[in-house]
Design a protein around this ligand. Sequence first.
Ligand SMILES: *Cc1c(COP(=O)(O)O)cnc(C)c1O
Length: 359
Amino acid sequence: MARVYNFSAGPAVLPEEVLKQAANEMLDYRGSGMSVMEMSHRSKIYQQILNTAEADIRELMNIPDNYKVLFLQGGAYQQFAAVPMNLMKNRVADYVITGQWAKKAWLEAQIYGTANAVASSADKGFSYIPDCSDLPISENADYVYICENNTIYGTKFHTLPNTKGKPLVADVSSCFLSEPVDVTKYGMLYGGVQKNIGPAGVVIAIIREDLITEDVLPGTPTMLRYKTHADAGSLFNTPPAYGIYICGLVFQWLKSIGGLKAIQARNQEKAAILYDFLDSSDMFKGTVVKQDRSLMNVPFVTGNGDLDAEFVKAAEAAGFVNLKGHRTVGGMRASIYNAMPIEGVEKLVAFMKDFERRK
Ligand SMILES: *Cc1c(COP(=O)(O)O)cnc(C)c1O
């Protein structure tokens, strides 16, 4: 068995301990004689898995009692519609456009109401986070929307926008559980789990209770109403049961290493190794302004497309895979999520130094 260093933006690397535990429990989950994949989602044993997963994420993120934790499906993209359908009471919302995912959410919201772009960093190729301290928030906006960590461009909101009292809705797909957060600053945060928590298909949404109502837009399908899933404890229909189980194992792994403060320290250390090198290299350069850099996704370029391609190929041959930048932006991108070991980044930087020296 040879594991590679996988720098994929998503689906992405998971902790080896979790994969091994899942393998050990594959044929017989804790004496049940079956895999979690084969269990009734209404069984006692599965209810225990779900309860533990919810309790663990609540503990990790210090989620207050007046927030619901929903395990949903349909990917983050599904939420681009579900958010306006559930929250656009006045049919007005304000969006901050910091990249493709924010833009896609904004375009989807326009199907349901007036979605205003109140700030954007498109003028400089989404290489920074706009100043959101005094946005022109609409009087009757139902919420203010951000994509907190921009997976493709490698920027992160290190300060949340001043929403002037409106609920903040954040897509945290690519920074979920990467550092401590103050949940009370959000009306809702959600993410697809395939970036930092588990297998694709599961979405975790954390929503303040007063925002979960029956007053949704006409035509909102039952399955897209937050109330449906909140009332049913994420068991309205068959949930993505196996995926939730893996998320639960990742929560336990995070707890075992010291929780979100500990993973934040690791993530800062890992990212610093790569950013320090990029700042000192003559060949490789980061593409994001320093103060807005993501700890999770690190895009970089050589400035020469052929050299970029040569690097990606050589890196892959050496066991550093999925370093090609997003198809729409080119260059390289190293996604260094929670489960990327520090040696993976150290060895990547050593490889980059060697590549540079040989040129
Ligand atoms: C990957 C990603 C998405 C899309 O997720 P799907 O599960 O494929 O719908 C949305 N937002 C962000 C920030 C992402 O990184």
